[in-house]
Design a protein around this ligand. Structure first.
Ligand SMILES: [Zn+2]
Ligand SMILES: [Zn+2]
Length: 370
């Protein structure tokens, strides 16, 4: 037998990982050895140029032998934002889809700048996993917005608020889900402050520490005004092949991951509906933590929070008045109920790590729906 272990891939069922310096042991696995013993011979060699045999075979789902944590039944995990060679990415659409499959994503939104040429390379999506959400990143001088569930380009050449809002509303009316992209410094930022008509805000673009707190604050200011826009995330992955990128350009699919509730219908339509309606949360990767917030069916005025794989984080419950309760998540499987504070119009949940970085956040439960 022969197997390979590499930092980025390994022969199933071995686990990928860095080969560190030190003394290594080889575990021989014959399940039964007769009284005469057996001859054995171990050869170890190092080949830094070895490519994964899984690449170039088309894509098959989850070749990574590290099993992903199980999501709640009826929930899918995906990445909503990436670029291919059809705009400023470095990969062909099938390569991006293959990478999404390897990352363990159930759906992938591909959002080339002002271009839907990539959609022909994927086909319509929906056949197997990952499901492709046909999308586009409408890229204007004053900010970017994503639309999913559309097969055409949208006007991007008129950088005035009125024109931008008119186009956003037209895209939404056509059935697309529309989201403001990365409203944060260097996002580039969103300069059309008064514009409305979109469904969602990309509160988390790339690793959390890349100024996403500004995007979250932007979204929160909308919530405080009673605007029920939805939070979602996207990695904005451009490069699968480039090496030696500056840290700020280093992105990877699934960082962050948006989780959506689709029930027993894993289809493009069901994913779009869940995004539009906010049946979703965002977490740092396909491995979690998972954060579910819902009304408590047993009592009016109360919500239930379930956290999976979030031990060691701090859970914060927030309303328009700010943090209303903070508590430590102590177990990998953890849940608790919370009373919604009197007078609050919504409550939402987020998890933070010890360094203060957000690791997961939910959409609000609006109290008039409790
Ligand atoms: Zn952008
Ligand atoms: Zn982008």
């Amino acid at each position: 037998m022969e197997f390979t272990i590499d930092e980025s891939w390994a022969t199933p069922p071995y686990r990928k990982g860095k080969i560190g310096a030190g003394r290594w042991h080889v575990l021989l696995g014959p399940y039964k050895v007769g009284p005469r013993g057996c001859d054995w011979n171990v050869e170890v060699w190092f080949d830094p140029g070895l490519r994964s045999p899984w690449r170039g075979l088309g894509f098959s789902r989850r070749v990574d032998p590290d099993p992903l944590p199980v999501a709640r039944e009826g929930w899918l995990r995906g990445d909503l934002h990436c670029h291919t060679l059809y705009s400023d990415g470095d990969s062909w659409p099938p390569e991006m889809l293959s990478a999404a499959a390897e990352t363990g994503l159930d759906f992938l939104g591909v959002t080339d700048h002002n271009n839907v040429g990539h959609q022909l390379a994927y086909g319509p999506g929906g056949n197997g996993l990952p499901i492709v959400l046909p999308g586009i990143e409408v890229t204007t001088y004053g900010g970017h917005w994503n639309a999913w569930g559309t097969d055409r380009w949208w006007e991007f050449r008129e950088p005035e608020s009125k024109a931008v809002e008119r186009t956003i509303r037209a895209a939404a009316e056509s059935g697309a889900v529309v989201s403001i992209c990365h409203p944060k410094p260097f996002g580039p930022p969103w300069e059309y402050q008064g514009v409305s008509g979109f469904h969602a805000v990309e509160v988390w673009n790339g690793p959390w520490a890349q100024l996403n707190a500004a995007s979250l604050a932007f979204w929160e200011s909308l919530l405080r005004r009673g605007d029920r826009s939805v939070a979602l995330g996207g990695s904005d992955t451009h490069y699968l092949h480039a090496r030696d990128l500056a840290a700020r350009d280093a992105d990877s699919l699934g960082t962050p991951t948006t989780w959506v509730q689709v029930g027993d219908r894993p289809t493009v339509r069901a994913i779009l509906d869940a995004l539009r309606e906010g049946r979703s949360f965002v977490s740092e990767s396909p491995r979690g933590p998972q954060l579910y917030l819902e009304p408590d069916p047993a009592r009016v005025g109360r919500v239930i929070v379930e956290v999976r794989d979030g031990a060691g984080t701090g859970l914060v419950m927030l309303s328009e008045a700010g943090a209303v309760e903070t508590t430590a998540v102590t177990d990998p499987a953890w849940n608790r109920t919370f009373d919604v504070p009197a007078g609050a119009s919504y409550v939402r949940a987020q998890l933070a790590g010890a360094n203060g970085n957000i690791r997961a956040l939910t959409n609000p439960v609006w109290t008039d729906r409790l």
